[in-house]
Design a protein around this ligand. Structure first.
Ligand SMILES: *Cc1c(COP(=O)(O)O)cnc(C)c1O
Length: 359
């Protein structure tokens, strides 16, 4: 009834297309948050087939899910509960991001020798070691490394998309501070999809590619660097009711929509519980049998209504909310605009009641 078709071939091709742009740089496919709603394990497999070298996730639970599915590629996880089990990270060969001294000491206390990527805050103001602490934390890291308690594999940061050149300059300072402490990480990494595609100076040794592998653009001009990435997800549902009603019929809660004339109302079983933004009430686009309509009235928890006029829409027809706009259906960006949000949020929030069907 509710199906999100996920084109794994598109994922593989998107990875390959971005690899061609970034050149001789290691690529990490970011599959956090259930691969932005697309399904972590199938997407991770497809990304590796497309040539990705690493997989990136937020926390150890997400990393362990990939390992449990038998994936053996390098995995990096970077946002940890204060009580995160770094023994498990060592046991399953998961590299960890470390953002402050206590966390470093906890990693060093784990059994075995965790592979650590030190995160520096160069101006995003989220996770990462603040510049004033670089010297002390890098000294501690070097000491742990000499004692064989950790391997410092990486040094990295994340960009705010505000003043990237200032952040890149700060990252240069962080590299110098790490070298002064005697650290020689093998991997420096900074850029996510946007910077990786458009700012060669952000690429260093490895790029962390998220949104682009799903064929969704991080840029306002939507065409990610002229790459023609293919959107991987097509969100659909079956029309579950279609009926003729009289002019003046109020539709959905509070009757924000009233039919202007006799018409057919089609009911689509997707609502805000499925990640359809209520904010897109009266605005979100929906394609049925090749025609695009707007939602009539409010999006409810489980459903919304489309006024299809005199078009022959029937129970069992398939409504497409978004997919590849090249096929004539609305895009993720159309939905982001309708809901005043970003395309990332639209795909990521698609809920568990929507069955993922892999192509
Ligand atoms: C989510 C995330 C990425 C991927 O970002 P995209 O813009 O989706 O490519 C990269 N790095 C970090 C630290 C992230 O949290």
């Amino acid at each position: 009834m509710r199906e999100a078709f996920v084109d794994l071939g598109a994922v593989a091709r998107n990875v390959a297309a971005m690899r061609a742009v970034v050149g001789d740089v290691t690529t990490m496919a970011v599959v956090k948050a259930n691969a932005y709603g697309h399904g972590a394990v199938p997407v991770a497999r497809a990304a590796l087939e497309g040539g990705a070298d690493w997989l990136g996730v937020v926390d150890l639970d997400e990393a362990l899910e990939l390992r449990a599915a038998g994936m053996s590629a390098p995995v990096f996880a970077w946002l940890h509960d204060p009580a995160a089990d770094f023994d498990a990270a060592v046991e399953h060969g998961i590299d960890i991001g470390v953002s402050y001294l206590d966390q470093l000491d906890r990693a060093a206390a784990a059994s075995g020798r965790p592979a650590v990527h030190m995160k520096v805050d160069t101006g995003l103001g989220r996770n990462g070691i603040a510049p004033g602490d670089w010297a002390a934390v890098f000294d501690a890291a070097a000491e742990h490394e000499r004692a064989g308690r950790v391997l410092i594999r990486g040094l990295w940061t994340h960009l705010a998309g505000a003043d990237d050149s200032a952040q890149l300059a700060q990252f240069g300072e962080a590299r110098a501070a790490a070298a002064a402490a005697g650290l020689e990480p093998e991997l420096f990494h900074v850029g996510a999809t946007g910077a990786a595609l458009r700012q060669p100076e952000s690429r260093f040794d490895l790029v962390r590619l998220g949104i682009g592998i799903y064929g969704v653009s991080p840029f306002d001009d939507t065409d990610a660097a002229g790459l023609s990435l293919t959107p991987a997800m097509t969100l659909t549902a079956t029309v579950v009711s279609a009926k003729r009603v009289a002019a003046g019929t109020g539709v959905s809660y509070a009757h924000d929509y009233v039919t202007p004339r006799e018409t057919t109302l089609a009911l689509v079983p997707l609502g805000y519980a499925d990640g359809i933004p209520r904010h897109a009430s009266s605005r979100g686009p929906v394609s049925i049998n090749g025609t695009t309509y707007r939602i009539a009235g409010r999006v409810a928890m489980d459903q919304f209504v489309v006024d299809v006029g005199d078009d022959p829409v029937a129970v069992g027809d398939r409504a497409v909310l978004f997919g590849d706009p090249a096929t004539g259906v609305p895009s993720v960006d159309d939905w982001a605009a309708a809901a005043d949000t970003i395309n990332y949020e639209i795909v990521t929030r698609i809920g568990n009641r929507v069955k993922r069907v892999y192509l």
